[in-house]
Design a protein around this ligand. Structure first.
Ligand SMILES: [Zn+2]
Length: 490
């Protein structure tokens, strides 16, 4: 088995995630999280909350509805622009993204081209159906939103939101007032979003139903060239790849402002994202970079767009895990026009529509990335070296054997710990097998109750990453585990 197959096997066998409704064959682009996957997801989301909401006391999480009326997406531009070029075979009905067909055959990138341009290329290269060789229909545009018909006689048209962001925009004025009319304010949403992808591939990397964690930061555009906390990031070095460039280079945040001419307020949030990946999650610096998107790749609403990418072996290189977008006043201005409700604020002696910087994470792909990146092996056995703070369990408790009172003692310890930690209990199979099972799901600490425990009230703590063991007094157990998890190292 290669690395990807081994990871896939663990994810299915051990309760991480898999295709939804698999007993009926499932539908591409939908996944279910099992008990381990759910624990990791919850921990990742909590880390995200603590880190990003902690950036400013005026950043908060809200929970808007996932179904929104059509007007929202008329205003945001999704109804008109959130489309992919699609092409169908006249003979066998095979359907694919037009740019994807061309990319597979001509081995070049065609993302962002108009349907006219794509039709031209198809004609020029006499491209035919990759399945049956039949003739292709003209390229058309397919909207990627899921429409929903609401209420009796399905009279009201809504959509499953294609991004959580709109939920923050339609609530902006209410929150601005509730937060005592100050800027900047941040509104975060962690929740589901839905995109009817034409042919989702790459497992959880491109899904039709997925979880986003997005933070919309509303600010006064006259203050874009400064940030109150700038000193804390100005010397931070990041690896960046400029649009149109082949080589990534290391630059400081100060240089991002001076040489690359990005506004400080924007670079500050790029730096925050970079710190989240390198310091909180612990990805090594040489595996993380920011890539600037070209004009063709950028969404219609973004003035600046840099993606944070992590190098992932099973996906063949750097992959996007988070985007930092300067959406200008696009969304609030459009909602003002469509709804007739003013989105302007009166602040700093002027009336204006706030601008927005958005930090946008796909949670599912981030979880897959963690598993992919931190998968390792020792003596031919799998060890998932997840950062301790996202490991599904903090610790597992075992009795060495299931007799002589060792099991009762172990259960007692388990019950005490499980009030404070995500804790697992296991008494089946050999102790070696039990260690291996925890290594495979990434549990950082295994606690074993043995015959010495009955004599001196100590237990064994075993480190997932080295298999080294220490002995700890039961009375010190909670404090020791807390310290290890906090430190992120045994
Ligand atoms: Zn065909």
């Amino acid at each position: 088995m290669d690395r990807a197959e081994k990871i896939d096997s663990i994810m299915k066998r051990r309760g991480f995630l898999w295709r939804s409704s698999e007993i009926y064959g499932g539908i591409s682009g939908f996944y279910d999280y099992g008990h381990i996957g759910t624990l990791i997801k919850r921990k990742f989301e909590n880390l995200w909350r603590h880190f990003f909401l902690g950036l400013n006391p005026m950043f908060f999480e809200i929970s808007p509805s996932t179904i929104m009326p059509e007007e929202v997406f008329k205003a945001s531009g999704h109804l008109e622009h959130f489309t992919d070029p699609i092409v169908r075979c006249k003979k066998c009905d095979f359907v694919e993204r037009a740019d994807q067909i061309l990319e597979n055959i001509l081995h070049e990138k065609f993302e962002g081209l108009s349907k006219e341009e794509l039709n031209e290329i198809i004609k020029k290269h006499k491209i035919r159906c990759p399945k049956c060789g039949g003739e292709l229909e003209e390229v058309s545009e397919m909207n990627l939103m899921f429409p929903i018909e609401i209420g009796p006689f399905k009279k009201v048209r809504g959509y499953l939101r294609p991004e959580t962001a709109q939920g923050a925009y339609v609530n902006f004025t209410k929150e601005f007032n509730a937060l005592r009319k100050r800027l900047p304010i941040g509104l975060a949403v962690i929740g589901k979003a839905f995109r009817n992808e034409i042919s989702p591939r790459g497992g959880v990397y491109r899904l039709r139903e997925f979880t986003q964690a997005e933070l919309q930061i509303f600010f006064d555009p006259d203050e874009i060239n400064d940030h109150e906390d700038w000193e804390s990031v100005k010397d931070l070095n990041m690896i960046v790849l400029l649009a149109g460039s082949e080589d990534a280079k290391e630059v400081s945040c100060e240089e991002m402002v001076e040489d690359i001419r990005l506004p400080k307020f924007y670079v500050y949030y790029m730096a925050s994202v970079y710190k989240f990946y390198t310091e909180v999650l612990g990805y090594p610096k040489d595996s993380v970079r920011f890539r600037e998107l070209s004009e063709d790749e950028k969404s219609f609403y973004n003035k600046l767009h840099w993606d944070l990418e992590v190098k992932l072996e099973t996906l063949g290189g750097f992959k996007e895990l988070c985007g930092v977008h300067y959406r200008y006043d696009h969304d609030l201005s459009s909602h003002e026009k469509m709804s007739g409700e003013s989105q302007k604020v009166f602040l700093n002696e002027k009336k204006f529509i706030p601008h927005v910087i958005e930090i946008s994470f796909g949670i599912d792909r981030n979880i897959y990335a963690l598993i992919d990146f931190f998968y390792d092996e020792r003596d031919g056995k799998s060890v998932l070296k997840l950062p301790f703070k996202v490991s599904p369990f903090d610790c597992a408790v075992f009795p060495l054997v299931k007799r002589d009172g060792l099991d009762e003692r172990a259960i007692e310890i388990y019950k005490n710990l499980s009030g404070h930690f995500d804790c697992y209990y296991d008494d089946s199979g050999s102790i070696g097998r039990r260690y291996a099972r925890q290594d495979e799901i990434g549990t950082p600490i295994c606690i074993t109750v043995d015959y010495d425990t009955l004599k001196d009230n100590t237990v064994t703590l075993r480190d997932r990453d080295t298999a080294n063991q220490i002995r700890v007094k039961i009375g010190d157990l909670s404090a020791t585990i807390s310290k290890i998890i906090q430190r992120g190292k045994f």
